[in-house]
Design a protein around this ligand. Structure first.
Ligand SMILES: [Zn+2]
Length: 342
């Protein structure tokens, strides 16, 4: 993945970027900040970019030059005044924080500013977090501390109150798709699918695994066929059992079922918006035999399943229930009843 060299070319999260740009322009960048938001949206990248800009030898407004000695050192992770630390094992250790505090007590070694980036900042025991409080409250004048977290409310309230929090959100799908095509050279069809499945995470989209995708999409398509082609419960049950055991692929599978159903809907109303272009004909044939209300019911049933899985329901039972409720809405629950009796 390529790193941006200026704040304005940072992908997504314009509000967070604007806040930083305004603060830099007014020379009022907070010395203690929390970058909070989902994984893979660029929180660490932006923290490093900020460190690069603050120490660049030839910056122009909010752009680091990307070519000076300082930029090179930040980009290659060897700048002595830019430090990132994260959990060693399950937690950030108190020794790591003590070493950091001792380090920032001195003036920057060779740059203009020290920048310390604490990735996974919520993974600190209370004692460790407490040891950081004084530094956050009165950071040394040429030091910036950036706490990066996917879960800001797991931080102590006393930590949060001493920092300025910047909230990050997911990156829009079309921006991810564009990035993958233009910057990563991924073919448009794969880029579209990777973007849709990324949940707004650029790193998830960049590490998209096409082989795994094909395999799991095949399973998702079989499930959708069974839903629509009135397959029996005896076919769904073993499939649900097998899927439920594949913990790693289950979320992807469910996302793909949702995307396939959405495509079946688009096949009716707006074929140009279908995401699964390579199997568009197959999906159009499948969807064409169904009234649109049936497809909408299926989409609603899957959305309900996704919400219920937040509560860690048994996946197999949840899938079987989805099938039964969907077939039930189509007036075929009696058939299923017979199958269960088998
Ligand atoms: Zn530079």
């Amino acid at each position: 993945m390529q790193r941006p060299s200026n704040l304005r070319s940072f992908l997504g999260n314009p509000r967070a970027v604007d806040t930083l740009v305004r603060a830099i322009e007014r020379n009022r960048l907070p010395h203690a900040m929390i970058f909070a938001g989902p994984a893979g949206v660029g929180k660490r990248t932006l923290a490093h970019l900020l460190a690069q800009l603050l120490n660049c030898l030839a910056p122009s407004e909010t752009d680091a030059c990307a070519t000076c000695m300082s930029c090179h050192k930040v980009l290659s992770g060897v700048h002595p005044d830019v430090r990132e630390l994260g959990p060693e094992g399950a937690f950030i250790k108190i020794e790591q924080i003590r070493a950091l505090i001792a380090e920032v007590a001195f003036q920057p070694f060779e740059g203009e500013y020290r920048v310390a980036i604490l990735d996974g900042a919520d993974q600190m025991r209370q004692e460790t977090a407490n040891s950081l409080l004084k530094t956050l409250e009165e950071p040394p004048s040429r030091t910036f501390l950036i706490l990066v977290t996917t879960n800001p409310y797991a931080l102590l309230a006393t930590i949060r109150s001493r920092c300025r929090m910047l909230q990050f959100g997911g990156i829009p799908h079309d921006q991810i798709e564009h990035y993958l095509v233009e910057r990563e050279g991924i073919n448009p069809r794969e880029a579209r699918i990777a973007a849709l499945l990324s949940n707004g995470s650029l790193s998830a989209a960049v590490s998209f695994d096409a082989g795994r995708f094909q395999e799991v999409r095949g399973q998702a398509l079989r499930f959708v066929r069974l839903l629509f082609e009135r397959g029996g419960f005896f076919q769904i049950s073993p499939m649900a059992s097998a899927l439920a055991k594949e913990k790693e692929n289950f979320q992807l599978w469910l996302d793909l079922v949702a995307i396939l159903l959405q495509d079946a809907y688009f096949a009716h109303v707006s074929p140009a918006r279908m995401a699964q272009i390579d199997i568009a004909q197959e999906l159009q044939a499948l969807a064409g035999s169904l009234p649109i209300s049936t497809i909408v019911s299926a989409i609603e049933a899957v959305q309900k399943l996704r919400r219920s899985l937040v509560y860690n329901l048994n996946r197999q039972i949840a899938l079987e229930a989805l099938y039964l409720s969907f077939v039930g809405t189509r007036g075929r629950i009696s058939d299923c009843g017979l199958r269960i009796a088998d």
